[in-house]
Design a binder for this molecule. Structure first.
Ligand SMILES: Nc1nc2c(c(=O)[nH]1)N(C=O)[C@@H](CNc1ccc(C(=O)N[C@@H](CCC(=O)O)C(=O)O)cc1)CN2
Ligand SMILES: Nc1ncnc2c1ncn2[C@@H]1O[C@H](COP(=O)(O)OP(=O)(O)OP(=O)(O)O)[C@@H](O)[C@H]1O
Length: 188
């Protein structure tokens, strides 16, 4: 097996294990966006990217709704595979349509360049390492945004999704902050 294939296999194994723990936490309704709401309130007026939860992801919508009362909030839109995400303005109750890969996207609205991103994930570690669904969308998006200016990437996750030390590659973009239903973990 090549080194790349070995790394991909280790990522796949870490993903599968974390998805099992995430499903259990979701099933037990362990989620709360209270701490996320507090963190977002400390960045008033900044353009925020949230996400529309899919499958067993922890639900950030209560914190996004609060933030939408203070400033712009947007959600990701996939333009094409292997391309950075775009972000379209979102507000509670706005018209949504199904996007690629299952998440809902706003039917209309302005395109926003976010400064604070709530990043969905499958697994995280305490060094800021992150695994998503494997599309590389957030890695590409954070690379572009960070090259243009300061951004804060907040991983929002059930505490149960923590992993020991995730396999990472050069293109993996680290998280600045991790927020769970239990704690805020500052990284950089
Ligand atoms: N709520 C939410 N919205 C999001 C993301 C996310 O992770 N969560 N994304 C974050 O990027 C983008 C969607 N990306 C996704 C990429 C792949 C799969 C997916 O189902 N992948 C398959 C495997 C695909 C393959 O390898 O052929 C799978 O997991 O079974 C889902 C979402 C944009 N919006
Ligand atoms: N900036 C980039 N430029 C080119 N390829 C990239 C970049 N970022 C990630 N990739 C590639 O995308 C693929 C998927 O990356 P990875 O497995 O890290 O996705 P992920 O972080 O789990 O997914 P997502 O960010 O969509 O939630 C990998 O082959 C990776 O090398």
């Amino acid at each position: 097996m090549t080194e790349d294939a070995a790394l991909a296999a280790r990522k796949a194994a870490a993903r599968a294990a974390a998805l099992g723990r995430r499903a259990a936490a979701h099933e037990a309704a362990e989620g709360s966006a209270d701490l996320l709401g507090e963190v977002l309130a400390s960045h008033p007026g900044r353009a925020i990217a949230g996400y529309m939860p899919i499958r067993t992801e922890i639900d950030p919508l209560p914190a996004m709704a609060q933030a939408a009362g203070r400033g712009p909030v947007a959600v990701p839109v996939i333009e094409a595979p292997a391309r950075p995400l775009l972000f379209r303005r979102w507000a509670p109750g706005c018209a949504m349509v199904p996007g690629r890969f299952g998440a809902m996207v706003p039917e209309a609205g302005d395109w926003i360049v976010p400064e604070v991103l709530i990043v969905p994930l499958v697994a995280f570690d305490r060094a800021g390492g992150r695994l998503g669904y494997g599309g590389g969308f957030y890695d590409r998006t954070l690379a572009v945004l960070r090259a243009a200016g300061p951004v804060i990437a907040i991983g929002f996750t059930y505490a149960a999704q923590e992993a020991e030390a995730l396999p990472q590659e050069a293109t993996d973009q680290p998280l600045d902050l991790i927020v769970t239903e239990r704690e805020v973990i500052a990284l950089r």
